[in-house]
Design a protein around this ligand. Structure first.
Ligand code: HEC
Length: 148
């Protein structure tokens, strides 16, 4: 009698142990991109796309069509930033000015974020997230890196 109980306990123990070692709880599995459980914001996604798909190891944009980028820049950005991107200096208090070309070359994540989402704390730069297609922004970003 006692012996039978002992076997039952061992069986229960082993079953519990097996469960604990089994598949991880669903919460530990990363949700598939675009699925219901995917909680990345559009900002996160755009920035991740830049880092994983667009930047080479020197911070240069890969795969941009510069000819089309030039045209799109002319249509969408030149009005404020100027044909050479030098109408607006982003660091007016410093001795060395920072123009669009400098920012695009030296700090593409900032450039990319501002072009996509603007900057609520500063006036004038509107988000282009809903205005331009992703591939158009890639071309503009690549072209901006060639500005003086
Ligand atoms: C209506 C005018 C206007 C247009 C059009 C415009 N910008 Fe801007 N942009 C601004 C202003 C104003 C600022 C903020 C300047 C400041 O506060 O230093 C700015 C800031 C930026 C910055 C932030 C730079 C930094 O590092 O601080 C980037 C990048 C930028 N613009 C890219 C673009 C691109 C790319 C386009 C075209 C797709 C564009 N802008 C179109 C007015 C404009």
């Amino acid at each position: 009698m006692l012996c039978q109980f002992r076997i039952l306990w061992i069986a229960l123990f082993l079953a519990g142990y097996g469960l604990a070692l089994g598949d991880p709880a669903p919460a530990e599995i990363a949700p598939a991109p675009g699925s219901e459980g995917d909680t990345l914001t559009k900002e996160d996604k755009r920035m991740a796309y830049l880092v994983y798909k667009l930047l080479d190891k020197n911070g240069k944009i890969k795969g941009a069509n510069l000819k089309r980028g030039e045209k799109l820049f002319y249509q969408n950005c030149r009005g404020c930033h100027g044909l050479d991107g030098k109408h607006i200096n982003f660091t007016p208090m410093e001795t060395r000015p920072t123009y669009l070309g400098n920012r695009a070359r030296d700090d593409m994540p900032t450039f990319w974020y501002q072009m996509n989402f603007g900057d609520e704390t500063r006036e004038g730069m509107e988000p282009f997230y809903d205005e331009l297609e992703l591939d158009e922004m890639v071309d503009i970003a690549g072209y901006a890196q060639t500005l003086p």
